[in-house]
Design a protein around this ligand. Structure first.
Ligand SMILES: C[S@@+](CC[C@H](N)C(=O)[O-])C[C@H]1O[C@@H](n2cnc3c(N)ncnc32)[C@H](O)[C@@H]1O
Length: 306
């Protein structure tokens, strides 16, 4: 797949909910109008049925999309080539950030294992846990396990109806990963995740998620695609005593969404602890030398082989 140009600046300020945007879009892409009309009609039915239940709403959207094409349901097109490419991109990023087979991953909204199949292949058996709200998609995920002969890796795949993680143990996961899930989630669903993810994150672990970023007004299109501001999400993370980092190196990738990493907050420095006596100069080891000898470097708080 050729390189995709970076997100143009106006894509970050565009309000896709406005009538003007919709008319312009329809004129530029007339072939996409029937699909939009179909989604519009579906939304009219589902929003009455699932008035205050976004998870129920989106589960029904996934059931309807998956019946047409599973690849299209988890991505923005039915192309297997693109499915492979986006999955590989997610895996390569985590590898570059120090993923090792001993790590334990929770993937939120694992879909049909577009990235999950790479994580499962890389990790030690039993170290991958995928959750999704859609049973239809999880059935497709099992087919992916079979297709790529990953049975020996014993991945866990579970239907979830909330993001409280109440069935998972404390401090268990080194990596929690959610790609293209919060781009389909209103703020209260995201907040539920932030409120609980700290409990299941191992010390030194992190939670990476992507989101559709706007610099303008936060909005959604047909309750399916949500556009959030970075500062909104970062403030929400802080409310639950966690640290957030906007991942600039993800912006270099040809993917339209942005990424934030959440970690346990650094413990506040305790000024009551006495400062240790200075080490005599001849006993000091230069820092650069230590890093070289240990053959490791630190990337975004993790220690990885260079
Ligand atoms: C666009 S797909 C992406 C799937 C996968 N992350 C990938 O990159 O291929 C979004 C997935 O998230 C799931 N999902 C949406 N909201 C969710 C939620 N609140 N909790 C868990 N899964 C959710 C959907 O059912 C769907 O499978």
């Amino acid at each position: 797949m050729g390189a995709v140009p970076p997100t143009p600046a106006d894509a970050l300020t565009r309000n896709r909910k406005s009538l003007l945007h919709k008319v312009r879009y329809a004129l530029r892409h007339p072939a996409r109008v029937p699909a939009y009309v179909r989604r519009f009609a579906r939304d009219a039915v589902l929003r009455v049925k699932f008035r205050r239940d976004h998870v129920g709403y989106y589960r029904a959207v996934m059931a309807s999309d998956a019946a047409r094409s599973v690849e299209a349901a988890v991505g923005d097109g039915p192309s297997v080539k693109r499915w492979n490419w986006i999955g590989q991109m997610q895996f390569d990023y985590l590898k570059e950030h120090g993923l090792v087979p001993e790590d334990r991953i929770l993937e939120i909204g694992c879909g049909n294992l577009r990235a999950g199949r790479h994580f499962i292949a890389c990790l030690d058996p039993g170290n991958y846990y995928g959750i999704d709200i859609s049973p239809d998609i999880l059935i497709a995920a099992k087919h992916t396990v079979v297709r790529y002969e990953l049975q020996e890796k014993l991945p866990y795949l579970t239907v979830a109806d909330s993001l409280t993680f109440d069935f998972l143990p404390d401090g268990h996961f080194d990596v929690v990963h959610a790609h293209s899930v919060f781009s389909h989630s209103p703020l209260h669903v995201i907040e539920e995740c932030f409120a609980h993810v700290g409990r299941i994150l191992a010390p030194g672990g992190f939670f990476d998620f992507t989101f559709d970023r706007t610099l303008g007004r936060e909005h959604h299109v047909l309750r399916e695609d949500f556009y959030h501001r970075t500062d909104t999400l970062v403030h929400l993370v802080a409310k639950y005593g966690l640290d957030a980092e906007f991942m600039e190196d993800w912006e270099e990738r040809p993917h339209g969404q942005s990424k934030i990493r959440i970690m346990h907050a650094e413990p506040a420095r305790d000024h009551t602890v006495p400062v240790p006596a200075p080490v005599p100069a001849q006993d000091k080891v230069p820092h650069a030398r230590v890093a070289q000898d240990a053959d490791v470097v630190s990337v975004a708080g993790r220690t990885v082989a260079p």
